[in-house]
Design a protein around this ligand. Structure first.
Ligand code: SF4
Ligand code: SF4
Length: 320
């Protein structure tokens, strides 16, 4: 069976490990837990190490043929690919930022606060709380083409193109460069922060019309998940309605601020969706289990983590 049929025949439950997440240990554990719980798509950064880690997690769960692996690339001004950096001149070492980071990317060494770049996903939570404005985001940017090229021979199931940008021409150029080396499934992930609705839909039409089967991922507030309420997921559902009303021929997935309430809100708003992608909320749910170094030796920890993830999957499925 072609792997793409996993989506054609089922609603999509997607785990977002994070476009900038290079913590392979976490990626392997998350892939294991959420594939065991019935998630059928996993998103990772465009790095060989991340690809190896997700494959290991799926092998442990024996779900290699039931889960699509999606590799994320993006435009220069898309926040998913940024990393936090501390300005040491401004930082007074108050340590407030440490507790804000769900990725455990901020740590103390030699009595100073530092950021582990591999763990940082650029969510901006630390930046918003720093009283000294000492944290900025930095892009060590490669184009989508450059990111994808080393992975083309690896049998990727899907490319997630983060295409939130104010520059339509740059997005289309980047899309055409992706298409010059990759012919498979593309998931277009974007939010409304950089373009008005009309321009966004026009851009999506140009890209999705040439695809036989594609995904649009309606990103509400990227990486804002964590709270399990309607407010967090509202923008994603609102954007999904705009996409549905525009009759685009694509599979529609919700993301950005998504949580266990997302499919319920979409249903109450009478918006027909094909899936939901969860990042921060899903990672936070199992954080206490996966921080243990002996996770894969400890069956009880694995059972508890998979149970948590399965509860989430079941809640989401109830409203599909
Ligand atoms: S919150 Fe800001 S000032 Fe305080 S330790 Fe973190 S970076 Fe430094
Ligand atoms: S809070 Fe977000 S942006 Fe800040 S270090 Fe953690 S992951 Fe990176």
């Amino acid at each position: 069976m072609e792997k793409i049929n996993i989506l054609k025949n089922n609603k999509c439950l997607k785990l977002i490990c994070g476009a900038g997440n290079e913590n392979t240990n976490e990626i392997e554990k998350l892939s294991y837990i959420y594939s065991m719980a019935g998630f059928n798509m996993i998103d990772i950064s465009a790095k060989k190490e991340a690809l190896i880690a997700v494959k290991k997690g799926l092998e442990r769960a024996n779900k290699q043929n039931e889960v699509l692996i999606c590799v994320s690339v993006g435009m220069q001004d898309d926040i998913h690919l940024s990393k936090a950096v501390i300005n040491k001149q401004k930082c007074d070492n108050c340590k407030i930022c440490i507790n804000e980071c769900l990725q455990d990317a901020i740590f103390i060494e030699d009595e100073r606060v530092h950021i582990n770049e591999k763990n940082c996903i650029g969510c901006n939570k630390c930046i918003e709380k720093c009283p000294k404005c000492a944290i900025i985001t930095e892009h060590k940017y490669k184009t989508p083409y450059e990111m994808l090229l080393p992975l083309i021979s690896e049998n990727i199931d899907c490319v997630e193109f983060h295409c939130t940008s104010s520059d339509e021409k740059a997005v289309l150029d980047a899309y055409n460069k992706i298409k010059s080396i990759y012919k498979g499934l593309i998931s277009f992930c974007l939010d409304r922060s950089k373009m008005g609705d009309d321009k966004l839909i026009c851009l999506l039409k140009k890209m999705t019309d040439s695809e036989e089967f594609s995904i649009i991922q309606a990103d509400g507030k990227p990486m804002s998940g964590g709270k399990d309420n309607y407010n967090s997921t509202l923008q994603s559902v609102a954007f999904a309605q705009i996409i549905r009303n525009s009759q685009l021929h694509s599979y529609l997935i919700l993301s950005g601020g998504t949580n266990s309430q997302t499919t319920k809100l979409a249903k109450e708003c009478d918006i027909n969706i094909d899936g939901v992608a969860l990042g921060s909320y899903a990672r936070k749910l199992v954080k206490d289990y996966i921080c243990s170094d002996d996770f894969f030796e400890n069956e009880e920890l694995q059972r508890l983590a998979v149970n948590k993830a399965t509860e989430l999957a079941n809640t989401l499925k109830e409203n599909f």
